[in-house]
Design a protein around this ligand. Structure first.
Ligand SMILES: Cc1ncc(C[n+]2csc(CCO)c2C)c(N)n1
Length: 216
């Protein structure tokens, strides 16, 4: 089995737990209070800004133009495609990205951001990949599972679910998996273990993020 397939397999139980959180379940059912979704969206907007910064660091450390192009493609996804649904929601809250700048991250969000930026600070390309991939891959896994249930289409949050459940998005996650395998194939078991640990840490921070809006 490839390195990434092993890592993914180990993290599925954590992502399954994300699905069981009240936030995700109520989002799927459409019963999630709009205020709660609003809090999530605001926090996510803060999160995504810092997430994008890690890709800036990846680009800086990239050795080839191909790698730069690939990292850049995520940046444009975060700032364009992903932003489209998010901005529509912010508009409903009567907010713009500028309003987000003055809002403080909640502790769970801050911890996740600190972890991302500390990993980026060390400047190791593969470690940075391990920190950012669970964000992308867990969403594809979680939202595809939600979309499997035809009832999800009736949720008021279907536009949000649909975006991440997209097959092209799943394919791009598989590409990232192959890309990362290519970078990791010559590593020792100890190095792989260290990378796997960073990936798991990010998955657990994702889980805390899903629990965050409902804690309040
Ligand atoms: C807390 C949190 N985790 C994951 C995502 C999902 N996400 C963030 S950037 C991106 C695109 C490519 O990586 C995806 C899918 C999110 N929005 N918020």
């Amino acid at each position: 089995m490839s390195f990434m397939n092993e890592v993914l397999e180990k993290n599925i139980p954590i992502w399954d737990e994300c699905i069981t959180t009240p936030f995700v379940q109520e989002m799927k059912a459409g019963t999630l209070p709009f205020e709660c979704f609003k809090e999530y969206m605001i926090q996510d907007s803060i999160y995504l800004k810092h997430y994008a910064r890690v890709y800036g660091k990846e680009i800086y450390h990239a050795k080839t133009l191909r790698d730069i192009q690939l990292y850049y493609s995520v940046l444009s996804f975060v700032t364009d495609t992903e932003s489209a649904v998010r901005l529509r929601y912010l508009e409903q809250f009567d907010m713009t990205d500028d309003d987000i700048e003055s809002i403080a991250p909640l502790p769970e969000n801050q911890r996740y951001i600190d972890f991302l930026l500390e990993t980026a600070e060390r400047g190791d390309e593969k470690e940075m990949l391990m920190a950012v991939l669970p964000c992308m891959m867990s969403y594809s896994y979680i939202f595809r599972r939600l979309a499997e249930d035809p009832k999800s289409k009736e949720s008021r949050y279907w536009d949000f679910i649909e975006d991440y459940a997209d097959e092209r998005y799943a394919e791009s996650c598989r590409e990232w998996s192959r890309f990362t395998d290519g970078k990791c194939e010559t590593l020792s078991d100890t190095e792989k273990e260290k990378l796997s640990h960073i990936f798991k840490k990010a998955s657990l921070l994702e889980l805390d993020f899903w629990k965050m809006p409902y804690r309040r």
